[in-house]
Design a protein around this ligand. Structure first.
Ligand code: SAH
Ligand code: SF4
Length: 401
């Protein structure tokens, strides 16, 4: 039966094709070097009048200062001739996203609300643990995919972040943690997850270019094994993500039947569970040493039965997936339609998957008190009043009939 709900169009471009991007120009007319490839830096220097050979050398030096040393001021770049400092400063900047607010949770999790030069807000979160520190990076302002349990999906304003804004989050975290120059050992920031706001595979080029910079050996130098990209299931882009980025893959599965996944992850109406799992099975580089993570948000009486757990095991076996399952207790937000499963249900679900030989840890929510946990990110400017949320809930109810 066709209902208004299953006719709902999925917004956003579904099969993004690479398009040439203009270099972002700031209001002051200067070019921000953060986020540009070495080639782009060289081209920008040549456009300013440097000879190709000099531009190549300067680009290499600038790269090292920007990404290895964390320098933002040209006058500190001692191997670049002093006379060239004002020339650089007239044309270029090495910027950071503007910090609107920075909060610290009682559990040590930190959240930053950031603002782009054109006034868009996005968030990043740092999660310290005993043996690692994970930066949760945003790929978009908001998200077009409207998963029913995710606060970010309720943001109206959506824009792709640029490579500079994505790398800029990592740079800013390094500033805040005092981790310059880049060290191979003993860092606090050891891991990156593309699990902040947005669907990274709907902003493929920028995410790829940004992560290439993050992985560059003469710079931030994070290994691809310490980076994870999470997608809600943009099937046509999964193979390219493996080939062109090559980081660990996480997939937001969340349900094992078409009916439930269609409801909670609307993208499922476009790319179903079987298609998605087949794409995962073909993910380049996935093997028993590098498993694919399947995220599963625990929603009370929605996707948390023993039957669901058995079906999950069956699906993962059927597709011969080198898999681990992350069980995420639902993090509540104002106006959400769901509740978190009981601890007993979550434990029982985890045991069933675990007994089938698949690791299924239950994630401890981090930073809930500052709304920094999974799915709670939504910039302050976008937060709606209680009355407005009620009105929207009524509208949604009416639309669903
Ligand atoms: N858009 C990407 C990455 C960002 S979301 C994706 O969906 O995979 C990061 C993870 O948090 C996803 O698995 C997402 O489904 C989950 N999540 C979203 N809202 C949540 C909530 N309220 N409670 C717990 N997890 C949530
Ligand atoms: Fe977007 Fe991921 Fe939230 Fe879904 S869960 S709305 S894909 S950010």
């Amino acid at each position: 039966m066709q209902t208004a709900a299953n006719l709902m169009p999925i917004p956003g471009h579904v099969d993004p094709v690479p398009v040439p991007r203009a270099m972002p120009v700031r209001e002051d007319g200067k070019i921000d070097l953060v986020g540009l490839t070495r080639e782009q830096i060289k081209a920008a220097l040549e456009a300013g009048g440097l000879e190709p050979k000099q531009a190549k050398l300067r680009a290499k030096q600038l790269w090292h200062w920007i990404y290895h040393r964390g320098a933002t001021d040209f006058t500190t770049m001692t191997d670049i001739a002093k006379v060239q400092h004002p020339w650089l400063a007239e044309r270029f900047v090495v910027a950071r996203p503007e910090v609107v607010t920075a909060q610290v949770s009682t559990d040590g999790t930190r959240k930053w609300l950031l603002r782009s030069p054109d006034g868009h807000d996005f968030e990043m979160v740092f999660i310290p643990d005993a043996d690692r520190g994970t930066l949760c990076v945003s790929s978009q302002v908001g998200c077009t995919l409207n998963c029913r349990f995710c606060f970010t999906g309720t943001m109206r304003l959506v824009r792709n972040l640029t490579p500079g804004e994505i790398v800029g989050q990592v740079m800013l975290a390094r500033d805040a943690l005092g981790e310059w120059p880049s060290q191979p050992e003993g860092r606090m920031l050891t891991n990156i997850v593309m699990m902040g706001m947005g669907e990274p595979l709907y902003n493929f080029d920028a995410v790829r270019d940004a992560l290439k910079i993050v992985m560059d050996g003469d710079g931030l130098g994070l290994s691809r094994r310490r980076i994870t990209l999470s997608t809600s299931g943009v099937v046509p882009m999964i193979a390219r993500a493996g080939e062109e980025i090559g980081v660990n893959l996480a997939v937001s599965l969340h349900a094992v039947t078409k009916e439930v996944r269609d409801e909670i992850v609307p993208l499922n109406r476009k790319y179903g569970i079987d298609e998605l799992l087949a794409a995962c099975a073909a993910y380049p580089g996935a093997n028993n040493a590098r498993r694919i993570t399947f995220e599963y948000v625990m929603l009370k009486d929605k996707n948390d039965s023993a039957e669901d757990a058995h079906e999950l095991v069956r699906l993962l076996r059927h597709y011969k997936l080198p898999a681990k399952v992350n069980l995420i207790p639902f993090n509540p937000w104002p106006g959400a339609d769901y509740e978190c499963s009981t601890p007993e249900r979550i434990r029982a679900f985890s045991n069933i998957v675990f007994e089938a030989g698949i690791s299924a840890p239950v994630r401890t929510p981090r930073g809930r008190d500052i709304m920094a946990a999974c799915g709670q990110l939504k910039s302050a400017a976008e937060k709606k009043s209680r009355a407005e949320l009620d009105r929207l809930a009524d509208e949604k109810q009416a639309a669903l009939g």
